[in-house]
Design a protein around this ligand. Structure first.
Ligand code: ATP
Ligand code: MG
Length: 575
């Protein structure tokens, strides 16, 4: 491609409304332009990167045995009623009515559509397993679109769905996708981790997220310093402490204390001369309309996702005042476990506490010396708290660390959630009807490209890894009015293009400095500079974008040098 003919609007200034580097650089390098909130166009350079990434995804999906299909964006509400998600999905689902008043939505994901497709066609175990994927546009009406295409409303996703006869088969399908994801992100030269994750609104029993490590990432993860354990913080487990034997002789007399104007843990500690480790917080939640008391030590925080997953219902929220009054006989702020009229779940942090301080279920009072067993009963001890950096690994008890990341992919074991609800069945070898076991697997196309920029840039601009680079080499004659320079550039351009290398010729009538700046900004991995002095010696300069290293190479050899360098950079990533 000739630069002079390209639709490539670059920008020098940093756009004021772009918070993260990838968003700034995608705008500056002319990759994307915004249409409206969370909705973007890809310009030619940006779309080339998208296509390159999609091709890597396709290669690896096909290699793993998945088959490409293409499903519609518009989906009928009936299917979503069948799965139960029409009411469940909330406002992210963009709903509308067609001219016949039929309810529809724009697909934020395709479990319903693909399950419908498969239930209509698959009858026998002989047709299974099957894995279908597509690369297609999703719409999610995100509450806060931001960071450009990283969290937008309309975006490209690769979504795959596996269908197996049993759990064992589903596990194999999951593994295949897991391995394919590792290959995909490795081929892009990304630094990433796969972490255990919460299943969120997709549901299912188990999932892994693929997080590209970046300080700007919206996700937080923890990983073990010695074993393989890694998890999204939403899901990260706390090991169950060993229960110590209780000596009831150490239980002190239960005592109610008048504590006017004492609300926070700090105020309780100061007033009663105790530490947060002696105090228990009691939070009353409404779980699908039923009250449940969650107890946690004063210095810890509840992880609501853990509570929700343990209770398994649809909706969990902090209880309203009237529910609190119903179960504690007191206004908000004085809840405790003694005498509370609802189910009690205690976090592991309570397991070895004794003579605790907590709310008295009476306005302006606390109770001291509360003991489990004597003063109240716990329905269950559960891991309900947020992990902290000084916790230990739940698998091997070594030290853990925290890091931030960008979720680029997510693989789920769905089990029979959708196949059961929507009646996707098959006949087994004995002619018995069985339910299909499913998995689903997503990769954000634009988000991965943006995440790649977050890991590959400098003050001058983007530094594309060879596999995603929109062009692998840019040829820069420093002065196009110099016939000899331009002719040499043109010849090299045609020669390289014939080898299959993606080459851009900067044939613009611009100062060399401007061309160099643009080449750096758009991040082309190799730049061939053709200037009069070197050309007189029959040589040109090849500069590596990432290291800034410059090689002086003879005209005869430069084409081979580039072809080899491109090949090498593609190969070092994946053998
Ligand atoms: P998040 O927690 O970031 O909202 P999610 O868990 O909702 O993501 P999935 O439903 O697993 O995402 O979707 C699969 C993939 O699609 C994600 O891993 C991500 O790469 C991409 N993706 C999801 N939401 C967006 C979005 N709003 N903009 C761009 N890509 C997205
Ligand atoms: Mg989401």
């Amino acid at each position: 491609m000739r630069y002079s003919e390209m639709f490539l609007p670059t920008v020098r200034e940093v756009p004021s409304d772009a918070e993260v580097v990838s968003h700034q650089l995608m705008l500056r390098a002319g990759l994307i332009r915004k249409l409206t909130s969370g909705v973007y166009s890809y310009l030619p350079l940006g779309y080339r990167v998208i296509r390159k990434f999609e091709q890597i995804v396709r290669d690896e999906m096909n290699r793993a045995g998945a088959q490409e299909i293409f499903m519609p964006t518009v989906q009928p509400a009936e299917l979503w009623h069948e799965s139960g998600r029409w009411t469940h999905y909330g406002k992210e689902l963009l709903r509308f009515r067609d001219r016949n008043d039929r309810e529809c939505c724009l697909g934020p994901t395709h479990e319903e559509v693909v399950t419908d497709l498969v239930r209509n066609e698959v009858k026998s175990y002989r047709q299974l397993p099957v894995n279908l994927y597509q690369i297609q546009t999703k719409f999610r009406d995100e509450i806060r679109p931001r960071f450009g295409v990283m969290r937008c409303r309309e975006f490209g996703m690769k979504d795959a769905y596996s269908f197996d006869t049993d759990e064992e088969g589903a596990e194999i399908s999951y593994r295949k996708m897991f391995d394919a994801y590792n290959r995909i992100f490795t081929r892009c030269g990304l630094r990433f981790r796969s972490v255990e994750a919460d299943t969120g609104s997709i549901g299912g029993s188990f999932s892994h997220e693929f997080l590209v490590t970046a300080d700007s990432g919206e996700d937080a993860m923890t990983y073990c310093t010695s074993c393989e354990y890694a998890a999204n913080l939403e899901k990260a487990e706390v090991p169950r402490p060993d229960a110590k034997t209780v000596d009831e002789k150490e239980f002190l007399r239960l005592e109610e204390v008048h504590t006017p104007d004492v609300r926070t843990i700090e105020e309780v500690c100061a007033f009663l001369n105790v530490t947060p480790q002696d105090v228990v917080k009691t939070l009353i939640f409404s779980a699908d309309g039923k009250a449940v008391a969650i107890l946690i030590r004063g210095d810890e925080e509840v992880n609501e996702i853990k509570v929700k997953n343990y209770l398994g219902g649809d909706e969990l929220e902090l209880a309203m005042d009237d529910m609190i009054r119903d179960v504690t006989n007191s206004p908000r702020g004085f809840a405790g476990a003694v005498g509370v009229k609802c189910r009690i779940l205690a976090d592991y942090s309570l397991m070895n506490m004794k003579n605790m301080v907590m709310g008295a279920n009476r306005e302006d009072y606390h109770v001291k010396n509360v003991n489990i067993g004597r003063d109240f009963k716990v329905n269950d001890f559960v891991d309900l708290r947020a992990v902290k950096e000084d916790d230990v690994c739940p698998r091997c008890r070594s030290a853990i660390r925290f890091a931030r990341g960008i979720e680029v992919g997510h693989v789920f074991k769905l089990g029979t959630k959708y196949s059961k609800a929507m009646g996707a069945r098959y006949l087994d070898k004995n002619g018995q009807e069985q339910i299909i076991v499913m998995g689903c697997y997503g990769i954000g196309i634009g988000r991965t490209v943006a995440a790649c920029i977050e890991q590959n840039y400098d003050d001058q601009g983007i530094i594309w890894p060879m596999a995603l680079a929109p062009y692998q080499v840019i040829i820069t004659p420093v002065n196009v009015k110099d016939e000899a320079l331009l002719r040499t550039a043109e010849e090299l351009y045609l020669k390289l293009a014939a080898t299959g290398v993606d080459v851009l010729l900067d044939d613009r009538d611009e100062r060399a400095g401007v061309k160099f700046m643009d080449a750096d900004l758009i991040g082309i991995p190799l730049r061939v500079t053709i200037g009069p002095k070197r050309l007189a010696e029959g040589r040109v300069e090849v500069r590596l974008r990432r290291s800034g290293e410059v090689q002086i190479i003879s005209l005869e050899e430069v084409s081979d040098y580039i072809v080899n360098n491109v090949k090498e950079q593609m190969q070092t990533i994946l053998c």
